[in-house]
Write a protein that binds this ligand. Sequence first.
Ligand code: NI
Length: 188
Amino acid sequence: MALLKIARMGHPVLQGGARAVDDPTRPEIARLVADMIETMHDAGGVGLAAPQVHVPLRIVVFRVPRARADDPDAVAGAHDGPVPLTVLINPVITPLGAERVTDWEACLSLPDLAGRVPRYCRIRYAGRDADGGTIERIAEGFHARVLQHECDHLDGILYPMRMPDLTSFGFADEVRRVAVGDDAPATE
Ligand code: NI
């Protein structure tokens, strides 16, 4: 396994659409996924998309730590709580309802920055895992937010592009001081 270099905002690999993976079970994909997981853990992130490591393929890895799985408005039956490390290939997201919530985000491709981003509260997502199996889940809260953030990377979208109000966009250690009562940004 190897640590991969993370592309930062401005690099063209983050700006284009990523290609679908034709066969998730190929050994090269397994190697890439293992390196993405190692890179994400090393960088202290909760999610990483393949374009962030200069590979324009539709692959994301993510997890929801227990400390983040605290949505008090969770609807019974949704996939809430901590989510173990998940590899999602060729993901498709469908919003469930129009309701959105605005909360802090950060990104490994925008080091040290954070901002408040509106995201759908509840989504369904589907895709393949690294063994070629099918994943289909309903997510809300932070889980839904991470998925929307990571899948945006596959379409060349970074979180500031989703911010209707850039007032909250800034260096995390600065904006956190005024973010009393909010969760600190997690890095995706
Ligand atoms: Ni990101």
